[in-house]
Design a protein around this ligand. Sequence first.
Ligand SMILES: [Zn+2]
Length: 374
Amino acid sequence: MSASAEAGGPTPPPAGADAEGTPPASAPRAGFRPTEEERHEADVALAGAAAEGVHRLAIPTPFQVGRVNAYLIEDEPLTLIDSGPNSAKALDELEQALKARGRTIEDIELLIVTHQHIDHFGLASILARRSGAEVAALAGLDAYLGNFREETELDDVFAERTMLRHGIPAEVVSALRAVSASFRAWGSTVEVTRTLADGEELKLANRILRVLHRPGHSPSDTLFWDEARSQLFVADHLLKHISSNPLLARPLGAGRGFTGPRPQSLVTYLASLEATRTMDLELVLPGHGQPITDHATLIDKRLHMHQRRAKRIHALIATQPRTAHEVANEMWGDVAVTQAYLTLSEVLGHTDMLINAGLVVEQEEDGLVRFAAT
Ligand SMILES: [Zn+2]
C-alpha cells in the first residue's frame, strides 16, 4: 500500500486536513516547508522542552500526513507518549532516536496512548512486550485498543452505512472497505494496563500530567497538561500547519447495531478547541509537525475557517437540496476514492453546524439523505 492511498479508509489513520479550498483529506501541502523563522522558533521551543526533559521523536509513517511525533519524557517512570505505526521502519527509527538519548526500548516504563489512530499507537504492543512498560489510555479507549480487529470492523460497518446514506456510490464504498482493511496492518491490538479518567492527575516523579478528554478529531482524543510548565501534549487535537480532520466516527463502545443519532464530530471538536483556547499555555506539543507557541491565535484561525466553510456549504445547499457527497464534489471536485470518507466527514461536520443553527434540515427519502436550506 503506497502512502498516496492515504487516509481515506473508513478506519483512517492520519490527522488529515487542509488549507481552505483544498480537499480536507489531502494531507496536505505535502511539499510544505516552514520558513526560516518558523524553523528557528520551533528549534527554540523544542530546545526549551528538551531542557525540561521532553524530547520530540519524529517517527516515519507510510501515510501522507508524514511523520508522527512521539514524546520521550525523561522522568520516573521513563515515559513515551505515542509510539508511531506498526512498521519495521518506524521501529528502527524509534530505536535510533532513543539510542541518541542514551535509551533503549527496554528502558521505557510508561507508554501513553493519545487516541485511536494507528499512526499513533501501532507500535505500542511491540514496545510494551519488549519493555514490560505500563500502557496508559483513556477509559473507553482501552476496550478499543484491546479489541482492535473487532472495533475497526465495527468502524467499517458504521462508515459504510454512513457513506451509503449520504450518497457515496456503492462501488466507492466497497473500494474503501478494501483500503481500510489494508491499513489494519499498521495498527495492532494493545493491552492497556492503566485506564485514565478525564481530569485525573498522572503523577510522575518530577511532573504532573493532567488528563483532558477533548474529543472531536477522534472520540478518544486525550490531552496531557503539565500545568506547572504551561505545556500541553495535544496529539492531533491541534496541528500547526494543517487543520485536524473532525472525522465522523462511531462513538466509543457503540455496537454493531448502532444507528445514531449521528455523532456531531465537528461540533464536538469545536467545543473541545474552545476549551483549549481558554488555557494559559506556553507550549503546545502536537502529534505531527512543529510545536505551537501561540495556540489561541491558531485556534481562532481554525474556528474562522470552519465558519467560512459552513457559509460556503450553506450557499451550495441554498441553491438546491443536495446529498453530502454532492456537496463534497461541489466543494473539492471529483476527489480521489480514498478521500471520499474524509470529505464526507468534513461536509457532515458543517451541515451539523448549520442544522444546529436552524439553517438547514435533513430530508430522508429511500434511505438517502439530502440537506435543504430552511
Ligand atoms: Zn489522529
